[in-house]
Design a protein around this ligand. Structure first.
Ligand SMILES: O=C1C[C@@](O)(C(=O)O)C[C@@H](O)[C@@H]1O
Length: 224
């Protein structure tokens, strides 16, 4: 998966829901940390959409314990041809804990998305640029989800998205929460390459997400 154009991911903990996502999504983000028996779900998967496997650790807003089993599960996931990409927190690529998993993915031609989340605030433009440069130096896509508390936070995020895209880096950005919600529809115009939406907004995997059908329509209409 090259992520060279905008990719809409249906975020779900239930792979059997994939047929409902096909009309709108380009891929499924499988939230293994929120799923029951994720490896069995992967083994049974016979859907059409490729999978981005995420096993989000608790310190980055997910539900997976920070142990070897979490990374081992991602390594098992990349053995399936249906898995086109995995998500790893930038922090665990920097610390070295996730490097083996990233290498394992690359050997299988599976893309790596390096993630950064800030659930409190939007870092300065300089810091966001630095984080996304670190992420894109180590992975196929650098993803930054921040929390906007003002419109200027969103403008800063869009500006960094635009700059790094112009410099040839593959980034995915979004502002979580109400204030930044519109960024999910607008960031693709500035180069953001992945958007996430649940099939039903009751199953949102992050604050402020639009449901999949709505995000698909907004992105399509805005990008023309
Ligand atoms: O990292 C991301 C982005 C996200 O947090 C969002 O804000 O849409 C949703 C998560 O499911 C995904 O893993």
């Amino acid at each position: 998966m090259a992520f060279d154009s905008f990719t809409l991911a249906a975020s779900t903990a239930v792979l059997a829901d994939e047929p409902h996502a096909r009309d709108h999504a380009d891929m499924v983000e499988f939230r293994m940390d929120l799923a029951s028996d994720p490896l069995a779900q992967l083994a049974d998967y016979d859907g059409e959409l490729p999978i981005l496997a995420t096993n989000r650790v608790a310190w980055e807003g997910g539900e997976a314990d920070d142990d070897d089993a979490r990374l081992d599960a991602l390594e098992t996931a990349v053995e399936y041809d249906t898995v086109a990409a995995i998500d790893l927190e930038l922090e665990c690529l920097l610390s070295g804990a996730g490097r083996r998993t990233a290498e394992h993915a690359r050997e299988r031609d599976v893309a790596v998305v390096a993630s950064i989340h800030d659930f409190e605030a939007t870092p300065s433009e300089v810091r966001m640029r630095e984080l996304l440069e670190q992420a894109t130096d180590r992975a196929d896509v650098g993803k930054l989800a921040v929390t906007a508390t003002s419109r200027s936070d969103v403008l800063d995020l869009l500006s960094v998205t635009n700059l790094l895209t112009e410099r040839g880096r593959t980034v995915a950005t979004m502002a979580m929460g109400e204030m930044g919600r519109h960024s999910r529809a607008v960031a693709p115009i500035y180069g953001s390459k992945i958007g996430y939406g649940p099939l039903d907004s009751a199953d949102a995997t992050a604050p402020g997400q639009y449901d999949l059908a709505t995000l698909s329509r907004l992105v399509r209409e805005l990008r023309g």
